[in-house]
Design a protein around this ligand. Structure first.
Ligand SMILES: [Zn+2]
Length: 257
């Protein structure tokens, strides 16, 4: 024992050691145990265990999305892909996760989100919105925080309210503008896994509308009210349904003809 919560383990065989290292991360009674290989003697306070390789399973990938774009997006999000395996429409990526940061639910590491994605790909919304949601879930949108990380923006402050950093959660959930939109919709940011396909569709279109409004506010200095945005969402859904029923009528007519 090297101290509280820090242990050194020596292995008799290199094979056993490789097995433990390859199997990372390890869980014990819901606690994450971090392993790293000590290649040379080191002072205890110099040992820094704050990241661990993780396998992330992705799939099925939307057909509209280029695999290379996807890998690039994920690589940027996690600071690089250690290893990737692609077979048919499934991808598996090994990334190094910073365990000091809370795992964002939107990273879709949980199985619960598989159902959400299944509904998303099946749902009746344009491909551009599906790709937008996909990018959002991988934190690949050009938020102020992400631009700041890439040294493109001087800071990560939200340009809509100037009151906090523009992270994904702030942008879509906590910013006053977004709060007003969700309130107007009487929706909830958390109703994902069990939501009906209709709710998933409304939810995704609302996120897309918030992002569009955010961009217009910043670049065109427009100022839509939450009511206007919600009307836009409802109008957009009606328009989609209109196109769909229009297609059905046309096909019925064709059948008759
Ligand atoms: Zn804000």
């Amino acid at each position: 024992m090297e101290g509280q919560n820090l242990f050194s383990i020596s292995f008799d065989s290199e094979e056993d050691l490789e097995c433990i290292i390859e199997g990372r991360p390890w869980l014990f009674r819901k606690f994450l145990i971090l392993f790293d290989r000590l290649r040379s003697p080191m002072e205890r306070d110099q040992i820094c265990l704050n990241s661990s390789p993780y396998w992330i399973h992705i799939g099925p990938c939307p057909p509209e999305l280029d695999r290379k774009d996807l890998l690039h997006a994920i690589g940027c999000t996690f600071g690089g892909v250690l290893r990737s395996e692609i077979s048919d429409d499934l991808c598996r990526l090994r990334v190094n996760l910073d365990v000091q940061k809370p795992l964002r639910r939107a990273y879709a590491l949980h199985n619960d989100y598989r159902e959400f994605y299944r509904k998303l790909w099946r749902s009746d919304i344009p491909g551009k919105i599906k790709i937008f949601i996909w990018k959002l879930s991988w934190n690949y949108l050009s938020t102020q925080v992400n631009l700041h990380c890439r040294k493109i923006a001087p800071n990560g402050v939200c340009l809509r309210c100037q009151n906090g950093e523009e992270t994904m959660n702030h942008l879509f959930r906590d910013c006053l503008v977004s709060i007003a939109v969700w309130r107007e919709l009487e929706g909830s940011f958390t109703c994902l896994c069990t939501a009906s396909e209709f709710l998933v569709r409304t939810f995704c279109i609302t996120l897309w509308a918030i992002w569009g409004d955010r961009n217009s506010r910043i670049h065109d200095k427009t100022n839509r009210s939450s009511k206007e945005m919600v009307n836009f969402v409802h109008g957009y859904i009606k328009e989609l349904d209109g196109v769909k029923s229009g297609q059905q009528i046309t096909s019925q007519k064709l059948m008759k003809w």
